[in-house]
Design a binder for this molecule. Sequence first.
Ligand code: IMP
Length: 199
Amino acid sequence: MALKLEPGAKLVAATHNPGKARELAALLEGRFEVVTAGALGLGEPEETESTFVGNALLKARAAAEASGLIALADDSGLSVRALGGAPGIYSARWAGPDKDFALAMSKVEKRLEEVEEDDRHAWFTCALAVAWPGGPAVVVEGIVKGELTFPPRGGLGFGYDPIFIPEGHEITFGEMDPAAKDAISHRARAFEMLRATLF
Ligand code: IMP
């Protein structure tokens, strides 16, 4: 079986987050018909793996099996070197049930103070997985490296963007024009790899 995605194929985006579904659909450039796992009434599997790649694969496989369609899933987050890679796959969970990223960012700052470490190196990771029902799967991972800064700066972007300065830049992702972020982000890099592999 050739692992190629034909234009016009129907894909299920394995997410219940409408914002993420829109982002995934936009990145697929209108090439495919995209439906979301939420719209199909599919359940959300528990993210039990210990890596971004593992969780992206788990979500894609579950959606492909449940829908009978080719499925696309992502998993992403921020890793901080001085914190041993935390929050990592727990990035969303650090924001709590209210998805409070001011809280999540202050938690990162507090933990860094606790470990009394000057190292501010961090990176964002995005794993993207495509799974065929009953068949194989492809997974890629994109990263962007940078440094953390406190207090948070900039009202653009989302999540941990206001504390992350990408390598080679002096402003945070929160201060950066979205198009400029999209040109260098972990998500853009993962998509570029997926495009090169499958289209
Ligand atoms: P997921 O939805 O389980 O993949 O969780 C991803 C988490 O990582 C979210 O809570 C995001 O806030 C955070 N994250 C992922 N990508 C970015 C980004 O580009 N900027 C800021 N935060 C991000």
